[in-house]
Design a binder for this molecule. Structure first.
Ligand code: ATP
Length: 195
């Protein structure tokens, strides 16, 4: 049975960047956040439940998801975030179980997810890796990537579990700070997990 490895980290820490390198080494990766985004627009049952909670406006006329509208509702009522997660997460986990089965003969498989600890998913993994990036670099990268200002990025960081807690709860840390080689850290972990 393949070892199940979770990769997490704060917004803009470099999870996806790190996972792309593992993928290059041949490791199967389940990108939870991508799967969740896909479910939002393809699973009719999910779409119906989201419209029941947030209203028809949760989807645009062209059937795309109206993230801004949903985010503004959540901004005014934080309990709606729990509701949204309780609609999407069980389906992502279900898809993940089916996916895991396809790769059961690999030495290990990776699940990339921003919310491994926040969503209690950590129990599903044999090992958890956290990607750590100092806040000033994260802010800079996310401002550029998502075209946000510093306050908006800081607001998002504030809504996530603190890095120090994520490190405390993880088995391994990858430091993505432009100083320590990402490649050598990933090679080291890859060797540990394949041997
Ligand atoms: P999110 O959870 O917000 O989706 P993430 O943790 O997956 O973010 P990435 O998307 O991998 O983070 O990285 C955030 C941004 O920083 C991206 O634009 C990425 O290209 C850039 N980045 C990440 N790591 C590095 C690095 N080592 N060198 C240069 N740019 C990097």
């Amino acid at each position: 049975m393949a070892k199940k490895v979770g990769i997490t980290g704060g917004i803009g820490s470099g999870k996806t960047t790190v996972c792309k390198i593992f993928e290059f080494l041949g490791v199967p990766i389940f990108y939870s956040d991508e799967v969740a985004k896909n479910i939002l627009v393809t699973n009719q049952n999910v779409i119906r439940q989201i419209q029941e909670v947030f209203g028809e406006e949760a989807y645009n006329l062209d059937s795309t998801y109206n993230k801004q509208f949903v985010a503004s509702k959540i901004f005014n009522d934080k309990s709606l975030l729990l509701k949204l997660n309780s609609i999407i997460h069980p389906i992502v986990i279900e898809e993940n179980f089916l996916w895991n089965d396809k790769y059961k003969d690999s030495p290990y498989i990776i699940n990339e997810s921003a919310l491994i600890f926040e969503s209690n998913k950590y129990k599903l993994f044999d090992k958890i890796i956290v990607v750590y990036c100092p806040e000033y670099i994260k802010i800079d990268r996310v401002m550029k990537r998502d075209n946000l200002n510093k306050d908006q990025v800081q607001e998002r960081i504030k809504n996530q579990l603190a890095d120090i807690e994520k490190i405390r709860l993880s088995d391994m840390v990858i430091i993505n700070n432009n100083e320590i080689s990402l490649l050598s850290q990933i090679h080291y972990i890859h060797n540990k997990l394949t041997n």
